[in-house]
Design a protein around this ligand. Structure first.
Ligand code: ATP
Length: 352
């Protein structure tokens, strides 16, 4: 089922949590709502769920206005960060709950419920835990059971609010891969709230970056990483170096050095910031035009990548560089060595 939200506005007292937000969630996509704490992600999810009313705007399910439809009528499944399973019920009964409380006319038979619960427990690969109680499960297992419970009523939409937020890093990583595979199998329109950019990049078909109640950018993980629409997105997604510069007719000058900024042809004497990813910087030992003099301050390795910290000799700022390990042989990377850094790709944003 597709979801659209149109001009959603939500305030709490005099605080604006959502500021005129419009966006589409196409059928079958897994979309991440990504942004820092307090940017409005959960509020947006709760409005889509029907747990919160917007001050203005509308929510459409499959093209039909659902703004005033009760949460129970919306056919959505939820998984929250601390989604407490019923403590006094076994895993089986927890997953069966949504089906067994249905009115008699629509309630499946006992056999049918049993079949369905075992099917779901197999789907989340925890069939062997059916008779356990929640306190006998790990955090990761509990969240998988919570997901099986959400899926039991065959929701048209799945809403996940930081579902793995309370788990340790390793389990979290495993579960997000697992969720991605599960989504590829089920294709239920899913909206996933996270403040973790790596999680959003790994799991989502599309990412909606929110900041202060507004959409900063919507795009595929690649788009968002390689073509950030604003300084906020650049800062928020991945590591980035900031070079303060001055724009002169198609060039961004950093001290005596300059980077091409053809989008600003004809614009002069404006302060700007050039954003450069660590893997978009080349290092040489010889000076060459378009290079920034720097000094090696720290080198570490991460798999096949060298992570190098430099001191920018023009500004004293730190420059982060990532190079393939093969460069170890061709460059003097000892601490204190002088090098020249040359951004090979950058995006310049004017200031003021
Ligand atoms: P987090 O990642 O911390 O959960 P979020 O992006 O999900 O953040 P929301 O929970 O949507 O943010 O909250 C957005 C803003 O609205 C926050 O500043 C929050 O304090 C405020 N807010 C949310 N719910 C209420 C409420 N019921 N009453 C008052 N303020 C609220």
């Amino acid at each position: 089922m597709s979801i659209e939200v149109r001009n959603l506005h939500k305030t709490f007292g005099n605080f604006t949590a959502l500021n005129n937000v419009s966006l589409d969630f196409p059928t079958g996509e897994l979309v991440a709502l990504l942004g820092p704490s307090g940017c409005g992600k959960t509020t947006l999810l709760r409005i889509i769920a029907g747990l919160e009313n917007p001050d203005n705007g509308s929510v459409l399910f499959h093209g039909e206005d659902a703004t005033d439809v009760h949460v129970r009528e919306r056919n959505v499944g939820f998984v929250f960060q601390h989604y407490a399973l019923f403590r006094h019920m076994t895993v089986f009964d927890n997953v069966a709950f949504g089906l067994s409380v249905r009115p008699k006319e629509t309630r499946p038979s006992k056999e049918e419920i049993k079949r369905r619960v075992h099917e779901l427990l197999k789907l989340v690969q925890l069939d062997w835990l059916a008779d356990r109680y929640p306190h006998q499960l790990s955090g990761g297992q509990r969240q998988r059971i919570a997901l099986a419970r959400a899926l039991a009523v065959e929701p048209k939409v799945l809403l996940l609010d930081e579902p793995f937020g309370a788990l340790d890093a390793k389990v979290r990583k495993d579960l997000r891969r697992w969720l991605r595979r599960l989504h590829d199998e089920l294709h239920i329109t899913s909206i996933f709230v996270t403040h973790d950019q790596e999680e959003a990049m790994e799991v989502a078909d599309r990412i909606v970056v929110l900041n202060k109640g507004k959409i900063e950018q919507i795009g595929s993980p690649d788009d968002i990483y390689n073509n950030p629409a604003s300084p906020f997105v650049y800062d928020f997604i991945g590591q980035v170096n900031l070079f303060h510069s001055r724009v002169e007719n198609g060039w961004a000058h950093i001290g005596d050095y300059k980077l091409p900024a053809p989008e600003f042809n004809g614009i002069n004497n404006r302060t700007a910031v050039a954003y450069v990813r660590p893997h978009d910087i080349e290092l040489t030992q010889d000076n060459s035009e378009g290079s920034i003099p720097a000094t090696i301050s720290h080198v570490s390795t991460a798999g096949s990548v060298l992570r190098i910290e430099l001191k920018n000799n023009l500004s004293d700022d730190v420059i982060h560089v990532e190079l393939p390990r093969s460069h170890e042989r061709s460059l003097d990377l000892s601490v204190g060595a002088n090098v020249f850094a040359r951004p090979t790709s950058s995006k310049v944003f004017l200031q003021g």
